[in-house]
Design a protein around this ligand. Structure first.
Ligand SMILES: NC(=O)c1ccc[n+]([C@@H]2O[C@H](COP(=O)([O-])OP(=O)(O)OC[C@H]3O[C@@H](n4cnc5c(N)ncnc54)[C@H](OP(=O)(O)O)[C@@H]3O)[C@@H](O)[C@H]2O)c1
Length: 282
């Protein structure tokens, strides 16, 4: 079986590999009657994982933590790839693909690079089918979401293979490529961290200690999302339920809205979208 090869061993590669390893850990629990030493499980469930990065110390760290194969030589890494995941930053993609040259045995290439369109990827590395994928570091816990945009005409078996890979680390949704950049700026777990930091900081300004501020803020945000996911009610109905007219929550929300809460979020996303379009011009 050909390997799953990552070019770039940074943050998102580490999160995806951790998530894949977690799935393998769960397999041990799902089938307790099969007593397999943990180290053998990866060979049964996912193809061999190989990572190439220009920083040998990052590779050694990945090998130590996740028992992946590492390959210091780019061409040797590519030669082993069935699925080839491009996980370098957008400004490095063109140069990297230029060095690789047409891969002879890679079945499918998957780019994680924000903003770089399929037509550019195809131009920079022809002769291999392309997929764009946008996962998040939540893949580390098997709880993420990955959007996929397939090159037109990509055979169904390849679409399934790529979908299956990302389903191991969370939900998967197929998106038309023209929506991909809007998804990219909307789906970042940084929004959760950012909102948590802002709410907790405001609570501290009102006199809560840091621990209580974080706990209250985390519950406010997370409980709202859980309720929305689990309830049959619409978001509007939930908002009405949580905010008595003229009450405290309603007053807080009204003040925030009048201060431009919605507008500042949209403005942030628009700036992010502009940035993804700049990546496309590289
Ligand atoms: N982080 C996320 O949450 C996330 C989510 C979805 C998609 N993505 C996408 O995934 C890609 C990687 O993001 P990241 O956050 O993981 O970046 P990162 O932490 O900077 O990792 C990229 C790694 O690739 C290495 N690299 C760069 N050019 C290389 C080359 N020519 N040959 C070998 N190694 C090379 C980098 O080395 P140096 O440090 O020496 O440059 C670095 O170790 C980006 O395109 C990003 O848009 C990221």
């Amino acid at each position: 079986m050909k390997a799953l090869v990552f070019l770039g061993g940074g943050r998102i590669t580490s999160a995806l590999i951790a998530g894949l390893r977690l799935t393998q850990g769960q397999a041990e629990i799902i089938a307790p009657q099969i007593i397999v030493p943990r180290i053998i499980v990866p060979q049964i469930i996912v193809p061999q994982i190989i990572v190439h990065d220009r920083n040998p110390e990052k590779l050694r760290e990945l090998r130590r933590k996740y028992r992946v194969g590492i390959e210091l030589d780019l061409h040797r890494a590519v030669a082993q790839a069935g699925l080839l995941v491009i996980a370098v930053r957008p400004d490095s993609v063109r140069e990297l693909l230029g060095v690789i040259g047409p891969p002879r045995s890679t079945v499918c290439a998957i780019s994680l690079a924000a903003g770089i369109p399929l037509r550019k990827l195809r131009q920079w590395l022809p002769g291999v089918p392309w997929v764009r994928a946008m996962p998040s570091p939540a893949a580390r816990f098997g709880k993420g979401l990955t959007a996929l945009a397939f090159e037109s005409g990509l055979p169904r078996n390849l679409q399934k293979e790529v979908t299956d890979l990302f389903e191991r680390v969370g939900g998967v949704m197929k998106l038309p490529e023209e929506k991909f950049n809007a998804f990219t700026v909307t789906y970042s777990i940084s929004h959760g961290y950012h909102a948590l930091a802002a709410l907790a900081q405001a609570a501290e300004e009102l006199g809560l200690d840091r621990k209580t501020a974080l706990l209250a803020s985390a519950h406010a945000l997370a409980d709202g999302i859980v309720a929305w996911r689990e309830a049959s009610a619409s978001l509007d109905e939930l908002l009405k339920e949580a905010a008595t007219p003229g009450g405290i929550a309603a007053t807080v929300m009204q003040t925030m809205d009048e201060g431009g809460y919605q507008k500042i979020i949209e403005s942030g996303l628009r700036t992010g979208l502009k940035r993804t379009r700049e990546n496309a011009k590289r």
